[in-house]
Design a protein. Structure first.
Length: 290
């Protein structure tokens, strides 16, 4: 019953660039400031990956428990729903992975201070609150907002601060940009699943606004993200990179209008890889952003 493949699918590997991109971008600001530090970078990266995997496990378990997943859904196979993984095993994996993330987070406290404890509790709670609790974020059209905050602003700012002890407007704008691009991954996911979600009463943003709105929101996110960071790229001597990223985002938004169902899944992975590419390019900038 518990073979390796269903667990790999439950981790949703194609979406993991979402968590790594924020840490890489935050580290890029530290590199540009001449303050790169291996230990905070590594711990932040491990924490981000474990927290996202825990959130993915929680989403699969709690959506099944709430009757929101049905066999044969449009998206990738859900192990618990299809009977590949027992609900008890998935709940145990959720708790265990989140606990491991918290242990990694605790290792950051001697580096950054005790104030990281309440922040870590908020992040851990958000990983679960996305899918369950009195007001699950993913079921009330707030999933994209949560992604912007917890996969964009917080990881970019925190990873940068732990290495530089500085915070600037450029870092915050960079975090918002990463968050907007990360939210596009969820937009594709919810656009693909809109029919299934509507049928079970799951009110994602795609269900609330209507699926036809999602490609336009995807495009808007891409354009706004690149507009926010354009001055930084221009100051670094590479003003054409943001328009190029925006153009790819526009092309993906157009493809969204031409595809449906499982044919949208590759666009989800492509969106995640675009975000990862953006963060790596930012890390490799030949000169400071300001």
């Amino acid at each position: 019953m518990n073979t390796l493949k269903p667990w790999i699918e439950a981790m949703r590997l194609r979406t993991l660039p979402v968590s790594t991109a924020g840490v890489i971008t935050g580290t890029a600001y530290a590199v540009h400031a001449g303050s790169f530090a291996w230990i905070p970078f590594t711990l932040c990266l491990l924490f981000a990956l474990l927290a996202q995997i825990a959130s993915n496990f929680a989403n699969e378990y709690f959506d099944f428990a709430a009757g929101l997943d049905r066999p044969g859904r449009e998206g990738p196979r859900r192990g618990v729903t299809e009977g590949d993984i027992s609900p008890r095993s998935m709940l145990g994996a959720t708790v265990g992975t989140l606990a491991l993330a918290c242990l990694v987070g605790l290792a950051l406290v001697p580096i950054g201070g005790l104030w990281l404890l309440p922040l870590g509790i908020v992040i851990a709670a958000a990983a679960i609150a996305y899918s369950t609790g009195p007001w699950p974020l993913s079921r009330h059209g707030l999933g994209e907002v949560a992604v912007i905050i917890f996969f964009g602003i917080i990881p970019v700012w925190l990873t940068s601060w732990l290495q530089t002890r500085q915070c600037s407007a450029e870092v915050i704008l960079g975090g918002i940009a990463v968050g907007l691009l990360a939210a596009n991954v969820l937009i594709v996911n919810n656009y693909r699943d809109a029919s299934d979600d509507r049928a079970v009463g799951k009110h994602t943003l795609a269900v609330i606004l209507g699926p036809a709105t999602m490609p336009w929101l995807y495009l808007l996110n891409g354009l706004l993200a690149m507009a926010l960071v354009y001055p930084q790229w221009s100051a670094a001597g590479l003003p054409l990179v943001p328009p190029a990223i925006a153009a790819v985002a526009a092309a993906i938004a157009w493809l969204m209008t031409r595809r449906s169902g499982s044919r949208l899944t590759p666009l989800l992975g492509l969106t995640a890889m675009l975000l990862l590419l953006y963060s790596l390019l930012f890390l490799l900038l030949p000169q400071p952003v300001a």
